[in-house]
Design a protein around this ligand. Sequence first.
Ligand SMILES: Cc1cc2nc3c(=O)[nH]c(=O)nc-3n(C[C@H](O)[C@H](O)[C@H](O)COP(=O)(O)OP(=O)(O)OC[C@H]3O[C@@H](n4cnc5c(N)ncnc54)[C@H](O)[C@@H]3O)c2cc1C
Length: 383
Amino acid sequence: MGNPIVIVGSGLAGYAVARELRKLNAEVAIVMLSADHGGFYSKPMLSNALSSGKTPDSILNGDAAHMAAQLKISIRPHCRVTAIDPAGYAVTLADSEKIGYDRLVLAVGADQIHLPLSGDGVAKILSINDLDDYKKFRDALTGKKRISIIGAGLIGCEFANDLATAGYHVDVIDIGAQPLGRLLPPAGGAFIRQKLEAAGVVFHLSANTQSVDAANEKLRLTFAGSESIESDIVLSAVGLRARTQLAASAGIAVNRGIVVNRLLQTQLNDIYAVGDCAEVEGKVLPFVMPITHAARALAATLAGNSTPVRYPAMPVIVKTPACPAVVSPPDFNIKGEWHVEADQNGVKALYRDEAGRLLGYALLGAATQEKNNLTPQLPPVLE
Ligand SMILES: Cc1cc2nc3c(=O)[nH]c(=O)nc-3n(C[C@H](O)[C@H](O)[C@H](O)COP(=O)(O)OP(=O)(O)OC[C@H]3O[C@@H](n4cnc5c(N)ncnc54)[C@H](O)[C@@H]3O)c2cc1C
């Protein structure tokens, strides 16, 4: 028997590759190595679990043993890969065990970015990037009332809406002047802000958090200019950075992510990367739809049919029920501008180039109904 195809990571990307490959080849040996519990769950559910009545246990679709039996693969949970030996076609685990591979797929995801804050409460700041983080957060919520979220991006706003709906007092702090500053023009930011405020969220915008200190049972956040607020729990949601270190220390090219071509291939033979850790033709796209497309293409390639990934337009639904929203962020490297129609029911913001071509959109409130008409007009993300 030769070596298996080894997938490092049991997130949506690792599982999508395993599932698609199994569909194409019933026999090939697949081993999944995961630093975590290795079970399958949908990460996007974490940010609306409270209002949808989900608990950490009910979010888990299947544990590692169940998934291994279902997909006919071998899954090794709590098994961290610490090194790759590309010449020897093997990976090393934390306990020094070596596992040979025929082909290696890195699906190691991304880490939360931690702001360089001062104060003796910094170690108590929570962030949520996986189910274990979420369990810890739900345990911490018991008996608590006030939650501060640093970061008014997609994940910060989704958690804010979820927590406010569940009856918590929520403060959202961002250094920018509006929520979702990377995705929405100012009119869109103002609209979602107003809807979330109506749901009970308190925004502190253009606020630069400097320190988090323990203050009796609470945490005190202090902003530049010395305004401060107190909170029971501080959640940091300021963005993600692709996990590139394992690949880089094996000599694999990395940039903002692990650099791969359209075959999801690194520059080293038989080593691939997919999901939040990967940079495909210069693009790092930490969302579910790109993973679905990339995993399908990679599985075909691994099954012997070299298949470059193509990305159509991939709008992202913002899970803020207080303000339904869908965004298809344009490539801001292409010159263009926002054309905005706004009223009290919604905002329709279309990003067009100089020739009038639609490159992206942000639709909020009633304007989300236009998603199905507009999406086919968008250019593909990767032709
Ligand atoms: C709260 C939240 C809400 C979201 N909502 C949406 C949404 O609505 N729509 C959307 O499109 N996207 C959403 N996303 C993004 C989406 O969930 C991610 O793009 C996707 O889950 C990433 O999957 P992944 O498999 O690439 O990475 P991850 O899920 O991070 O998985 C990485 C895996 O690699 C393992 N690993 C890492 N290092 C090692 C190692 N050295 N050895 C072994 N194993 C290792 C980890 O344990 C883990 O199993 C959301 C993200 C969050 C956090």
